[in-house]
Design a protein around this ligand. Structure first.
Ligand code: GAP
Length: 512
């Protein structure tokens, strides 16, 4: 099965089991907007809790806020979003379809990389154990030709990106014979800028309506509240402010399910520090954020840093944490050293003093800032795409299982009376009452026990607890482990501690 097919199955699975639905589906949906269903919201909340506690509980100098989505329009002038939050767009005149010019070129480059990979794999098959990949890459004429072409196009693309040279974007597209995937033609318009912010009218027209924007990032809420938090919380530099909230971007190329959405959620933390110390904090946060990901146990080899070649005008260092999604390594989280760009600009435009007085040195300065920014939805996709697997069992049957890290699993335990009579449902309800105050549990009595196990595997429930006739006599139940499918008899009184050991968020946080 190709990764593409696997991804389609994952999307269908998300809908079938109540994780994610297309928004307003009865009206045929709305592009790149999704709803989280009954299980999706549980997983999403667990991801947010893991992030929130890791930031605000484990760090005494980080506090959280919840700023409004609507902000004064000047915010977005100061932040640079009104002038520069743009995508370079190109239309195909035949299909009337619109594309991001940079994405067309990046996809083209990815196809060259794919060709090189295939050529290397062919060589590996041909030469068997004697295959020397490095030598093959240095000498094979097909690989050398593709590599030279890649370097040429990549070099032109980087230069055009640095210079915002849209005429050159178009020229690269024409020179590389990049065609529209729908019409198959090269009948392209010029490349134009398109602002990604959604706007709406604030107040009635009678009282003079104002254009306001739906925030495209949560970070600016933190910057404009910086002075309030610093003063009321008596915060001393260095300190951080964390926030989780919705963000909105009118993405042109909205693809890959919840990877790129028009309405999404961000978890952002702005860490304010003394100018000159920002690189030390940048490196500390790089390390801390990678540790947060790896503690989930989804394989250190599935993450990598990607340092930015082109820095945004406000940044003096930037890196992405990339994850190995079914469609390749892609950005999951951004870590940026934003200097005093945001606070400095807000100070200038608002006329309000945003400096910090350092009681130890007697200096006043606008703090520098290191940002960590991750999309909740992208993290959700990371967890689900890693968790999904279809296994063939010893008896030839297949089972679909979501190996979600137990502390994030939407349902922690399912309580299953073997039959719907003989007092088993009553005992099962007692087990529910014992567990439900600390864990999200599901009670199920319909269908055979095997079918119920399969349903729980498919939603990633770490434990299935079966209450049978013997339970009435010995006060024990059968506990089945999702991952190993092994079963053991456990006293009802010992259930709580057993589940807690595996699903506890506290234990996960202790690894950080
Ligand atoms: N304040 C910095 C900022 O917003 P960004 O790289 O544009 O930086 C940060 O976004 C993170 O937000 C990304 O790494 C990604 O996880 C998430 N994100 C950005 N755009 C998104 C979209 N359209 N859909 C889903 N997640 C998105």
């Amino acid at each position: 099965m190709t990764q593409d097919e696997l991804f389609k199955i994952l999307v269908a699975h998300c809908k079938e089991y109540g994780f994610i639905f297309p928004s307003s589906e009865i009206y045929d949906g709305l592009g790149a907007v999704y709803d989280y269903g009954q299980l999706g919201v549980e997983l999403k909340n667990n991801i947010k809790r893991y992030w929130w506690e890791a930031m605000t509980r484990l760090n005494e100098n980080i506090v959280g806020i919840d700023a409004a989505i609507f902000m004064h329009p000047s915010t977005w002038v100061a932040s640079g979003h009104v002038a520069a939050f743009n995508d370079p767009l190109i239309d195909n005149r035949d299909s009337k379809k619109r594309y991001r010019a940079d994405v067309l070129i990046e996809d083209y480059l990815a196809r060259i990389e794919e060709k090189i990979k295939k050529e290397v794999e062919k060589g590996r098959k041909r030469f068997g154990d004697a295959f020397d990949e490095e030598k093959f890459r240095e000498t094979n004429p097909n690989v050398l030709r593709e590599k030279a072409h890649y370097d040429e196009v990549h070099g032109r693309y980087l230069k055009a990106e640095q210079a915002n040279d849209f005429a050159e974007y178009k020229q690269i597209i024409l020179d590389c014979d990049i065609v529209c995937p729908i019409s198959g033609t090269k009948n392209w318009t010029d490349v134009r800028q398109f602002n990604l912010m959604f706007s709406t009218q604030f107040g009635s027209t009678g009282e003079g309506a104002n254009t306001v924007y739906l925030r495209p990032e949560t970070a600016q809420g933190i910057f404009v509240d910086y002075i309030n938090v610093q003063k009321t919380g008596r915060m001393k530099i260095p300190f951080g402010i964390a926030q989780i909230g919705k963000a909105f971007r009118n993405e042109v190329v909205a693809r890959q399910f919840i990877f790129r959405m028009r309405e999404f959620e961000q978890m952002e933390m702005e860490f304010f520090c003394k100018p000159g110390t920002e690189m030390e904090w940048f490196n500390k946060w790089k390390e801390a954020r990678m540790k947060w990901h790896i503690a989930l146990g989804m394989g250190a080899e599935n993450y990598r840093f990607h340092d930015h070649e082109k820095l945004a005008h406000y940044a003096n260092a930037a890196t992405d944490i990339e994850f190995n999604f079914p469609f390749g390594f892609k950005e999951l989280e951004g870590i940026h050293s934003r200097t005093d760009f945001d606070l400095g600009n807000h100070q200038q435009l608002s006329g309000k003093k945003l400096t910090y007085f350092d009681p130890e040195t007697g200096e006043s300065y606008v703090p520098y800032c290191v940002e960590t920014s991750i999309g909740v939805d992208r993290m959700f996709l990371t967890v689900l795409s890693h968790a999904y697997r279809s296994e063939t069992l010893e008896n030839g049957e297949t089972r679909v299982v979501l190996g979600i890290p137990a502390p994030l699993a939407p349902v922690k335990a399912a309580v299953l009376p073997l039959v719907k009579k003989d007092g088993l449902p009553e005992l099962a309800q007692k087990v529910m009452d014992l567990l439900k105050y600390d864990f999200n549990c599901q009670y199920e009595e319909k269908d055979s026990i095997g079918k119920r196990y399969r349903r729980q595997d498919a939603i990633g429930t770490p434990f299935c607890i079966t209450v049978d006739h013997k339970s009435l006599e010995d006060g024990c139940v059968t506990v089945r482990d999702r991952d190993t499918m092994s079963q053991e008899r456990v006293a009802v009184d010992a259930l709580h501690d057993m589940i807690d050991r595996k699903v506890s968020l506290g234990n996960l946080l202790r690894q950080l």
